[in-house]
Design a protein around this ligand. Structure first.
Ligand SMILES: NC(=O)c1ccc[n+]([C@@H]2O[C@H](COP(=O)([O-])OP(=O)(O)OC[C@H]3O[C@@H](n4cnc5c(N)ncnc54)[C@H](OP(=O)(O)O)[C@@H]3O)[C@@H](O)[C@H]2O)c1
Length: 302
């Protein structure tokens, strides 16, 4: 199994490769081909979830890659509905994930989001049991606020390895990140490209021109240069897979990091997030993230 190592593309500083392949909204042959191509290019970290309904394809692609299972860091997630979060349901859901993935273990199992109707002691008790039994290497959470993460750390008998949250130049998780850094929890940044929206950004493009890099590469580099941050850009296109991975041969200066830290998100992006048109699984962690907004409504603001 992957061990903590030097700061390189494979292992990173925290025992997890700093760049993984996201697979949300990818399925079928498209997903299979993307995972195969990514592994051929050197990606060693794949992110999936029960909710993405692509675990079987991801597992098959890993199987066909010619790599040993222990060369790949594989993450999946259990849905955050209360009916999946009691002790027996967590064990049952994890077993289902392993069956679909066709593997005897995952490197990281996350609770996809929290629901206040569930009982953390039961959920994290079951996760500890899964680690004990060897079918899960590490456990983590996703879309947890600082308060939820603190409570999870309090009840869990084993360390919380990561909190996977939305974090990118247009939506930074300063409070969650600082808590993670102080508590040695990795922050896995999802939607690192703001779902593709940062690619036309003038500041990122200008900074990238200095290094012959694209705005997407600058956004990814800005993330992995942050203490305790790894990221999981998603694409199904081989040229973009390569682009998103070619970020280990340049370093952003402190001034450039700060310039991106200070980037104002475009109005439509802020409005989307701060105007309450936010739903829990889209990354705002905390009390405002309670409403479910249909995609048709969200679409009017994007
Ligand atoms: N835990 C959670 O609740 C949660 C929520 C959301 C996402 N995630 C995870 O995080 C992963 C990444 O987030 P995301 O998929 O929301 O967004 P993202 O990675 O920020 O962006 C993906 C979008 O950008 C496009 N893209 C990728 N690379 C590009 C490039 N170099 N140039 C131009 N466009 C590019 C992709 O299109 P093509 O595929 O057509 O190239 C896709 O439309 C997900 O796949 C999932 O694994 C987790």
């Amino acid at each position: 199994m992957l061990q903590s190592g030097d700061n390189d593309a494979e292992l990173g500083n925290y025992g997890i490769p700093p760049i993984g392949l996201g697979t949300y909204r990818a399925g079928g042959y498209e997903c299979f081909d993307a995972v195969r191509a990514a592994l051929d290019m050197g990606y060693r970290h794949i992110d999936t979830a029960m909710a993405y309904e692509n675990e079987a394809v991801v597992g098959r692609a890993i199987d066909c890659s010619g790599l040993d299972r222990d060369e790949i860091f594989l993450t999946t997630k259990i849905k955050g509905y209360p009916r999946f979060l009691d002790y027996d349901s967590v064990v049952e859901a994890a077993t289902g994930c392993l069956d679909r993935l066709g593997t005897s273990y995952v490197d990281l199992l996350l609770i996809h989001w929290w629901n206040s109707r569930a009982d953390m002691e039961e959920t994290f008790g079951a996760l500890a049991e899964l680690v004990d039994s060897g079918c899960v290497e590490r456990i983590g959470v996703s879309n947890f606020s600082v308060d939820q993460l603190q409570r999870a750390m309090d009840v869990s008998a084993i360390p919380i390895f990561t909190n996977q949250v939305e974090h990118h130049p247009y939506w930074r998780q300063d409070e969650v990140l600082s808590f993670c850094q102080s508590n040695d929890v990795v922050l896995t940044a999802y939607s690192p490209l703001a779902e593709g929206r940062v690619v036309g950004d003038d500041v990122l493009t200008t900074i990238g021109a200095e290094y012959d890099k694209t705005a997407a590469q600058v956004a990814i580099r800005w993330l992995i240069q942050q203490d305790h941050v790894v990221t999981i850009p998603k694409t199904v296109r081989p040229p973009r897979l390569q682009e998103n991975f070619d970020v280990f041969d340049f370093t952003l200066s402190e001034a450039e990091m700060t310039r991106i830290d200070e980037l104002e998100a475009p109005f439509w992006y802020r409005h989307n997030r701060e105007g309450g048109l936010v739903y829990r699984a889209r990354g705002v962690v905390g009390p405002v993230a309670e409403r479910v907004v249909p995609a048709s409504v969200l679409g009017k603001f994007t």
